[in-house]
Write a protein of this length. Sequence first.
Length: 416
Amino acid sequence: MKLSQALTALSVAWFAVLGCIQAVTLEVHEGNSTCIKAELSALFSITYNTSSSTRTVQVSLPDSATVNTGSSSCGTGGSSPWLVAVFGSGHALGLSFSTNGSLYRVANLTLQYNLSDTSVFPDANSSDVVTVTSVSVGIWAIINTTYHCVSPTPFRVGGDTVTFSIMRLQAFMPGNDLSPTESVCMADKASTTATTTTASVTTTAAPAPSPPGTPERGTYSVKNSNGTICLLAQMGLQLNVSYMSVSQNKTVQNVLNLNPNLTSSSGSCEASRATLVLTQEQSTTLNFTFTMNSTSNKYHLSEISLFANWPNMTTPFIASNTSLNYLRSTLGHSYMCNAEQTLVVIPAFSLNTFRLQVQPFGVTTNQFATAEDCQIDQDQMLIPIIVGAALAGLVLIVLVAYLIGRRRSHAGYQTI
Ligand SMILES: *[C@@H]1O[C@H](CO)[C@@H](O)[C@H](O)[C@H]1NC(C)=O
Ligand SMILES: *[C@@H]1O[C@H](CO)[C@@H](O)[C@H](O)[C@H]1NC(C)=O
Ligand SMILES: *[C@@H]1O[C@H](CO)[C@@H](O)[C@H](O)[C@H]1NC(C)=O
Ligand SMILES: *[C@@H]1O[C@H](CO)[C@@H](O)[C@H](O)[C@H]1NC(C)=O
Ligand SMILES: *[C@@H]1O[C@H](CO)[C@@H](O)[C@H](O)[C@H]1NC(C)=O
Ligand SMILES: *[C@@H]1O[C@H](CO)[C@@H](O)[C@H](O)[C@H]1NC(C)=O
Ligand SMILES: *[C@@H]1O[C@H](CO)[C@@H](O)[C@H](O)[C@H]1NC(C)=O
Ligand SMILES: *[C@@H]1O[C@H](CO)[C@@H](O)[C@H](O)[C@H]1NC(C)=O
Ligand SMILES: *[C@@H]1O[C@H](CO)[C@@H](O)[C@H](O)[C@H]1NC(C)=O
Ligand SMILES: *[C@@H]1O[C@H](CO)[C@@H](O)[C@H](O)[C@H]1NC(C)=O
Ligand SMILES: *[C@@H]1O[C@H](CO)[C@@H](O)[C@H](O)[C@H]1NC(C)=O
Ligand SMILES: *[C@@H]1O[C@H](CO)[C@@H](O)[C@H](O)[C@H]1NC(C)=O
């Protein structure tokens, strides 16, 4: 009974967390032409009152969200183009756009939520439908280009927060699909290939509290639809995250070990792409995506993303980097690294791995194939060889010196 309850709670949490990073596609049409198109993930952090306290819930825009054709419009006849996405019972996200001919921008951002939806707002002391709006949120792009922002970007709307990530968006569209030319947001430019998270990455990090020691090694796997294991991993994992702390009102750096006992694994396997998703309770989700190059038959870890919602964070921490090149190995082999490795994901988040072995492709009979060792391990294996060789050399020199010495003294006796 207890176990089944725990499993239910875990799966609910898992779906809640998974929901946070769903990408949703929304389009506003008029006649046959599309005027607004958006592909985005959105996370809402909403504060409401119960009879005794205030509570904050995290709600994500589900992929069941649809465009409300009644209130959305392409803005013909003087009004602004408006995209309204509705989801759940009476919740909505609205984006209205304006342009001055060379740029277009999100003129206002509206969030509407229905406090009588007890599945989202348990114990709310009100049953109102609340609407909050924020004007000039700073999402803008050059006309005829697509606004592109991978970095999670939080926007304050009333007392609540809307965090967009992996966002591609265009209004006043010249064609029916997103323009290939993109206006990249400041946050993405600031961190070049990596993506930035939350507001305060640039603040200097406080000295880290005492590190938690080496993490325990966990065994994780992903099964395909057959029920056969298609991805295998064994590793100890340590997260190193900088974020804004509620209690300390400044950026703190936290090092946290993943506890395998509390971590569940899932994921997916495709021919050239395999994903391992690790979820620790409901507060931490870590995603690894491996990519296979079918020409060279080599694979690597191309993507790491993290969702963390720890009690002392002001906003949930969301980070991802899709252009990594770690843990390179060859199809038919596993990748192994016993030494500690640091995988930097973004400046505010890196991952330390310990005693790692992973095989994302070509797993047969539920076992690792022959391992290819990482460079650090190979270097460390070289050390005893070098030391051994040096010792052997030394012994040889001493021996030769002794022999020569003996012969000399021998010769000495003979001449006397
Ligand atoms: C993890 O990967 C899955 C499958 O690709 C994806 O649906 C999910 O959004 C990812 N989660 C995170 C935290 O990025
Ligand atoms: C939409 O497309 C159909 C067929 O392609 C065409 O007959 C119709 O006139 C178009 N409507 C508008 C408003 O352009
Ligand atoms: C919660 O209650 C406080 C005090 O009654 C009030 O000031 C505040 O506006 C309320 N917050 C919300 C989100 O309704
Ligand atoms: C936001 O935009 C919508 C659509 O243009 C408009 O109806 C609404 O009044 C605007 N709200 C504010 C506060 O400007
Ligand atoms: C708000 O939620 C309640 C309960 O789920 C539902 O009966 C009601 O119709 C919703 N209101 C709106 C405006 O959708
Ligand atoms: C549109 O606004 C931008 C920024 O405010 C400005 O640089 C640009 O000159 C404006 N374009 C027109 C045609 O007014
Ligand atoms: C945007 O594209 C439309 C249609 O292709 C074109 O008429 C318009 O001149 C373009 N605007 C700019 C500023 O390039
Ligand atoms: C099912 O398993 C077989 C081998 O056991 C494999 O060839 C096949 O690709 C698997 N199917 C899927 C959908 O992975
Ligand atoms: C947090 O720090 C900022 C500036 O460092 C200050 O303006 C703000 O009042 C502080 N907030 C709290 C709750 O201490
Ligand atoms: C995980 O569980 C094992 C066996 O129940 C226990 O020995 C170990 O200490 C646990 N690890 C942690 C980090 O709680
Ligand atoms: C795959 O590997 C080949 C040969 O090493 C290389 O030329 C090609 O660019 C790679 N493809 C991708 C998508 O990385
Ligand atoms: C923040 O929360 C995490 C997870 O609950 C905890 O491990 C860590 O020690 C906390 N850090 C601070 C600075 O309070």
